[in-house]
Design a protein around this ligand. Sequence first.
Ligand code: NAP
Length: 473
Amino acid sequence: MFDKLTVPTTGTKVTFKDGKPIVPDDPIIPFIRGDGTGVDIWPATEKVIDAAVAKAYEGKRKINWFKVYAGDEACEQYGTFQYLPQDTLKAIEEYKIAIKGPLTTPVGGGIRSLNVALRQIFNLYACVRPSRYYPGTPSPHKNPEKLDVIIYRENTEDIYLGIEWRKDDPIGAKLINLLNTELIPATAEHGDKQIPLDAGIGIKPISKTGSQRLVRKAIENALRLPKEKQQVTLVHKGNIMKYTEGAFRDWGYELATTEFREQCVTEKESWIISNKEADPDISLEANARKISPGYDALTPEKQKQICQEVASVIDEIWATHGDGKWQDKVMVNDRIADSIFQQIQTRPDEYSILATMNLNGDYLSDAAAAIVGGLGMSPGANIGDNCAIFEATHGTAPKHAGLDRINPGSVMLSGVMMLNFMGWQEAATLIQQGLASAIADSKVTYDLARLMEPAVEPLKCSEFADAIVSYFA
Ligand code: NAP
């Protein structure tokens, strides 16, 4: 079946049913070691995961690792420009859950980014990036422990689809001409706008299907969290990009209030209901005035619309959400993208799950990672309905490659996410606790050691792994 891969002689395949993994006790898990510092961080990670599984399940469970190739290592095995061989794609397709180290961005060979290619090939539409603080980790923030968020970033759409043309490309020029002469003037709201003739041009598709399947995963995750963390914030720039980013927000609310009607309440609904709880006889108009600052300056039509909205919320969900019942539901709210960048710094404890489109999520997840200790500590997963790939979120850091010094925390915590995804929470918890204890005792790699006050002697990457295992109780 495979050209150059050796499948483990023992182990069983993971399967998926209704978007959820069915994991045997002896799963075969393909891994891509990764380029650059992959040679350091993967062995450290494998050692820690194996030790945690052995400790947690006393031999009843075991991962059978299946080495597959991508990036530079794949080119060495399969030939020039073979960054993503068919063998590797077949293995991931077949075995469903995989984990990878960082990969070099190919130069030539037609693939812009291996990571983006993998997400698109396997339709891994949700990029999941938790940012949680481990006490003792050096952070530029005063209270990094207040940030504990999971970012659900849409992974397949937005400007990341890569449909774009450089300045002067004949197709781009044709498109600009068509837009300027026919399509823009045909839409009244665009006025006399024109695209400069010397512009590069890119397309930003945001679909209802893509938005809702992402928000669905975010809400499902919120439902698994403790009550006080059951909140999903839709992040968007809908005040400016109404039909892409604004639509993402609207479709998110639509999903929450239809498919998850019993389990969710929107922020606005919670205001309307709590106004009535505080004053059972409140009129529709008084309620509308309270939820809309500047109500009295609005046109009568707009005021009527808000009153109707208040009436329909009371009619439709008072029985299921009123009398305080809304407080037990997942709160769905939305925030403008630029304000959420401020808020995760100034009011981090007000947020739990952030659902974003592709580009906003890319920026936001690195910003959140910086607050809790940087990319070395930031894990990630790419999840679809039929497959999942867990990955280090940093690059290959080539200058540190092979020196046994880099922080393996990112890929290790991605392993923690993988174990949780598999339902192996006990092993995941052991690793998290071991990592937390090592950091609390200042047993850390160079990147964290240099920021500690006073600075501490750094451990090697492999020593850091050993330290974590030594804390497994
Ligand atoms: P990078 O590999 O992420 O490294 C930049 C710097 O970040 C490093 O020099 C190091 O800073 C710090 N860093 C990275 N990994 C770390 C870790 N595990 N622990 C502690 N610190 C870490 O970014 P780059 O140099 O811009 O990119 C190198 C290559 O990686 C490129 O080919 C890029 O395309 C690729 N890349 C791959 C992925 C992926 O596979 N997911 C993601 C991003 C980039 P100090 O030297 O200051 O300590």
